[in-house]
Design a binder for this molecule. Structure first.
Ligand SMILES: Nc1nc2c(ncn2[C@@H]2O[C@H](COP(=O)(O)OP(=O)(O)OP(=O)(O)O)[C@@H](O)[C@H]2O)c(=O)[nH]1
Ligand SMILES: [Mg+2]
Length: 651
């Protein structure tokens, strides 16, 4: 049950790991904005200072409560003193006229004391919270932080020092090596494309092994052709002008295709005027095959390796991604340049790139250790390319800096995004590079380092595209790739069927997975409940039950740093001060006018603690005072008041 913020003593059940209190930064959506609102707009102020002082919101609330408590204590002290003076007036050395002055002085002193004590507690709590929240702030993804630190803020990889930067630059811009790969135009697809003025017309040929162990059983030739066409058209400027499935006996033939088929393909290609390249959708062609095919077609010939490499080159923005692409092309170059000198050069380059990547990996591991120390659970989101991983992360975390793109391999950099589970627990969601079928293992291997973060995650979410006709094969490809990674057997892998808003490949009830849609948000709340269950279990968190004073700094702090599952009122432990004062007031047979004063005081009290019993008391008190006007004798007055007061304590 969720109660108002300042309810009386309440049970707070939080999820917690062992005896340590979990920490995490607060929301992720609010960025600091240029201040344009009114000065008394607290929300605006909180938003503005959220980045610099994460606990500022809590501080403002705490201070408002302090102010209210001070006001209430002033009223209570004033009323209490006034009543006491009124009752003991004949023993007092001063007259009735001075009662108000004395009451005011005492009320001021009490209110000052109460306010200063609460303000100190509030500030201490907020400094502590600030320190903790600042500690984990590297995972918040607010816009202003993005602006300040640009892309580096959320990247798992911190910006390396200049020396590393120079080192990486020297590798990426090595002139000797650039000369070496200059002749290999299939490796320089991107350069080739950027030099072209018009569309690059491409013919897509999908070889299809008709029988034998290499025959694909979980897909169809047509689906593979469609994917090949999508893959090549992901390259900027490339336009598919013709596509065809070509049945072959095996993929190891000298020219892949039989002589009759090849002759037909060549004549067809030559008649297609706009065609300037042929994409043969096999993982990697041999050097001799490429040379002979290029000579036969009189056009550029590309395989999946060179196309994927071209896409990677286009989408790699960070230095780490660029280094990984540089590493990925080495096996390809090695197969093309068998000479001893070239082999030595490639070896030397590989050593240098690995060295640079290891440095970055070291920093990445440092960040990972920091995350482990701060006990931030991590959830890696993996899946086939274009299945909606990035969109799902955006939908869960509300992080507007990431956006899904209808393009293959749009995400090449592993990034972390802070989000919260329904219980409030902060979790880092890790976006990863998508998988694809028929991709040389060397190419995957070069990106393995970035997948380390996925391997070390507490939970893995496997996102599948429920609307894709090749749904089954995509699932198998991801499973195969995941099993090649050193993923612990204990790491839970939750599979979700995304894009549930589109036409599904099979009836809804045949999906064993969680059905959801990252764009419409359908199914996400149910999925998050399940994810929460898994995360709490796998990270060894458990629920604790505390009884804490309502509105206390402790509760506020717990709200910020731990996942509060539920809050409820403790029926056996009402606020002792409030109860004592109410009893005191009810026991006195007060003159009518003071009855109204006591009601006013109770209203102040109830505004501070805002609970049902305290809110009812003033009403009961007023009604009792009205009734008391008609009751003459004292005993009957008490007998009337008590039944009226008693029910209020039973809530
Ligand atoms: N209709 C619909 N479209 C979706 C949904 N989820 C993602 N998409 C779209 O699918 C496309 C790919 O989404 P991304 O989130 O970029 O997919 P990804 O898995 O991160 O892709 P890569 O990073 O390229 O591997 C985008 O155009 C999204 O708008 C969904 O639930 N419904
Ligand atoms: Mg993505």
């Amino acid at each position: 049950m969720l109660l108002p913020y300042n309810s009386p003593l309440s049970f707070v059940t939080i999820s917690q790991q062992r005896s340590e209190i979990r920490t995490g930064s607060k929301g992720t959506r609010l960025g600091s904005r240029r201040f344009v609102g009114k000065m008394n707009n607290n929300t605006e102020l909180i938003n503005q200072y959220k980045d610099a002082f994460p606990a500022f919101g809590g501080y403002m609330e705490c201070m408002s409560r302090t102010l209210l408590t001070g006001l209430s204590s002033f009223c209570l002290a004033f009323g209490g003193t006034y009543i006491t003076q009124h009752l003991t007036s004949k023993y007092l050395p001063y007259g009735r006229k001075n009662h108000i002055i004395v009451s005011s002085l005492i009320a001021c002193a009490v209110a000052y004391k109460v306010t200063s004590i609460r303000a100190e507690a509030c500030q201490a709590g907020c400094h502590f919270k600030n320190a903790i929240l600042n500690h984990t702030r590297s995972f918040t993804t607010s816009k202003s932080m993005l602006k300040k630190k640009k892309k580096a803020t959320k990247r798992m990889t911190p910006p390396p020092e200049d020396t590393d930067e120079d080192f990486e630059k020297s590798i990426l811009e090595d002139p000797d090596f650039s000369n070496l790969r200059e002749g290999m135009e299939d490796l320089n697809i991107r350069k080739y494309l950027s030099g072209s003025v018009s569309h690059i017309g491409t013919i897509v040929l999908q070889p299809w092994v008709k029988w034998g162990p290499k025959m694909k059983r979980n897909t169809t030739a047509q689906l593979m052709l469609e994917e090949a066409a999508t893959l090549v058209s992901t390259l900027p400027g490339v336009k598919v002008v013709a596509k065809e499935v070509v049945p072959v006996k095996s993929l190891d033939g000298k020219m892949i295709f039989g002589s009759g088929t090849l002759a037909r393909l060549i004549s067809e290609a030559r008649t297609t005027r706009t065609a300037v390249s042929v994409f043969i959708s096999v993982d990697m062609l041999k050097r001799s095959q490429i040379e002979e095919l290029e000579a036969a077609f009189g056009m550029k010939v590309w395989d999946r390796y060179s196309v994927v490499l071209g896409i990677f080159q286009h989408n790699a923005h960070t230095r780490e991604a660029k280094l990984q692409v540089a590493l990925a092309e080495l096996p390809y170059i090695r197969k093309r340049l068998p000479g001893e000198r070239e082999r030595m050069m490639i070896m030397e380059r590989e050593k240098r790139i690995r060295n640079a990547l290891n440095r970055l990996a070291g920093k990445r591991a440092l960040i990972r250790r920091g995350r482990t120390r701060s006990n931030l659970p991590t959830v890696a989101v993996v899946g086939y390319t274009n299945s909606g991983k990035t969109s799902l992360i955006r939908s869960i975390t509300g992080d507007e800096s990431v956006e899904g793109k209808n393009s293959l391999f749009a995400t090449l950099d592993v990034t972390a995004h802070g989000g919260r589970l329904p219980c409030g627990l902060e979790v880092a969601f890790i976006d990863t590079v998508g998988f694809i079928q028929d991709i040389p293992t060397e190419l995957v291997a070069s990106f393995r380092a970035t997948l380390e973060d996925a391997v070390c995650a507490d939970v893995v979410i496997h996102v599948r595209d429920a609307s894709h006709p090749d749904y089954e094969l995509q699932g198998i490809t991801v499973h195969e790739t995941l099993s090649s990674l050193p993923l612990s057997e204990e790491t839970p892998v939750i599979t979700v069927a995304n894009k549930a808003d589109l036409t599904l490949v099979k009836p809804k009830d045949e999906f064993g997975e969680h059905m959801l849609s990252a764009t419409t948000g359908q199914g996400i709340p149910e999925f998050l409940d399940y994810l929460q269950e898994v995360v709490l279990k796998v990270t060894g968190r458990r629920s604790w039950r505390f009884s804490l004073p309502t509105g206390s700094p402790e509760i506020q702090w717990l709200r910020n740093v731990a996942g509060i599952v539920s809050e409820e009122m403790d029926p056996e432990n009402l606020q002792p001060l409030g109860v004592a004062i109410t009893c005191l007031l009810s026991l006195f047979s007060l003159p009518f006018r003071l009855c109204h004063l006591s009601s006013f005081l109770l209203i102040c009290l109830s505004s501070t603690f805002s609970t049902v019993p305290f809110a009812l008391l003033p009403l009961l008190r007023i009604s009792s005072s009205v009734l008391s006007r008609h009751v003459q004798t004292a005993p009957s007055r008490y007998s009337l008041l008590l039944p009226l007061y008693l029910p209020s304590y039973l809530f």
